[in-house]
Design a binder for this molecule. Structure first.
Ligand SMILES: Cc1ncc(COP(=O)(O)O)c(C=O)c1O
Length: 368
């Protein structure tokens, strides 16, 4: 029987000696051992119970402090956290209309839960593949109660505004009498491009969601930060949405470990992503977007089809114990796109290493 494709990918990826994009996905035993071996004092304490106590409360306080917000609420998913945030603002503003980008996670990847479950309505300041401008928000042709800004806008290529553009965007929402919510799933790595620290960036918004399992490498989960009365309301809605789990300590502990390990390294990853992007741009037929990455993630476009590139990446892993990137997806006839993440493993790669491995990948793809 043929090996399950996901199993094959995982096996080959973890058998590699070096990785350009992403991080190793260790076995569950390795992950548990790694957490148990960490020096986190919370591991010697008690568990949380129904949303409070133990590492969950420690994490909530820590992230509130990092974002400079009075309180932060733990959620099992960002999907739930943001529905709750938008619902809280809808109740307070009396408007169920949310201004957001059509490429935002809420529109593309959540089966429109904010509309179907939370009965909110999205309006789009722009449908261009970029962040909206202040003018577009100011001149939106219908009223809205909340502006949601995804920082960075992942599906458009992890795009951030400049600090001045972000300020202008927020000011435009204020002129329209709207609340501002940041989808900061990847806010952690946005500070170098914005040139401001986390509390300064988060300080622009009324509420901010951050993810615990993407850049931080946790298991799952999200934090929703804001004022104390907002957090209290969010906890009430979390309960109604079924998000106040009996215990969530594994996710909270993994996130605390991630904050210790990953947060201090992010500026280095963001800087190195520029080196990797420049080297990838030299491959025949390659396009990088954005040309100079805003965070440690960006898009690599190569002549497709995606299947051929994905198989070539697996062969490269098999033959040279080198993980390049993937998966690629077809985005246009004969044009495939992969998201590149320059994390800890990528720091070992020079520009020449990147070009050499990329050339090998393209050769394998051409050989079919
Ligand atoms: C920008 C953005 N917002 C929200 C989410 C939702 O997070 P979760 O998977 O925790 O529901 C994601 C997850 O990928 C995301 O990328």
């Amino acid at each position: 029987m043929a090996e399950d494709p996901a199993e094959r990918r995982w096996r080959l990826m973890n058998g590699c000696d070096r990785m350009l994009s992403g991080n190793r996905a260790p076995s569950l035993r390795e992950r548990l051992a790694d957490l148990a071996a960490s020096s986190l004092p919370e591991l010697d304490g008690r568990a949380d119970v129904y949303g409070g106590g133990g590492p969950v409360t420690v994490l909530e306080k820590r992230v509130a402090g990092l974002l400079g917000k009075p309180d932060a609420v733990f959620f099992p998913t960002g999907t739930m956290a943001q529905q709750v945030a938008l619902r809280c603002w809808a109740e307070r503003t009396g408007s169920d209309v949310v201004a957001l980008h059509p490429l935002s996670h809420l529109e593309v990847h959540e089966r429109k839960a904010f509309t179907t479950l939370s009965r909110l309505r999205g309006v789009w300041p722009t449908a261009e593949r970029r962040q909206p401008t202040a003018q577009e928000v100011r001149e939106l042709d219908e009223p809205f109660g909340t502006l949601l800004v995804e920082l960075p806008l992942r599906d458009a290529g992890f795009l951030l505004p400049t600090w001045d553009e972000l300020n202008a965007l927020v000011a435009a929402a204020r002129v329209r009498g709207a609340k501002v919510h940041f989808d900061g799933a990847r806010l952690w790595e946005s500070t170098p491009h914005l040139g401001r620290d986390l509390p300064t960036v988060a300080g622009l918004a009324d509420s901010v969601y951050v993810s615990l399992y993407k850049t931080l490498g946790g298991l799952s989960g999200a934090l929703l930060a804001g004022a104390e009365d907002f957090a209290a309301q969010a906890r009430a809605w979390r309960h109604r949405y079924g998000g106040t789990l009996f215990q969530q300590w594994p996710a909270a502990v993994a996130a605390l470990a991630g904050l210790d390990r990953e947060l201090p390294r992010l500026p280095e990853y963001v800087a190195h992503a520029k080196v990797v992007a420049q080297a990838l741009a030299k491959l025949p037929g390659a396009r990088i977007f954005p040309q100079v990455p805003h965070t440690h993630q960006f898009q690599l476009w190569l002549p497709g089809p995606a299947d051929r590139l994905n198989e070539a990446a697996l062969r490269l892993a098999e033959q040279q114990r080198t993980w390049f990137c993937g998966p690629f997806t077809d985005r246009a006839p004969d044009l495939a796109c992969a998201e590149i993440t320059a994390a800890r493993p990528a720091l070992d790669w020079t520009a020449d290493d990147v070009t050499a491995a990329g050339t090998a990948l393209l050769e394998l793809a051409a050989a079919g």
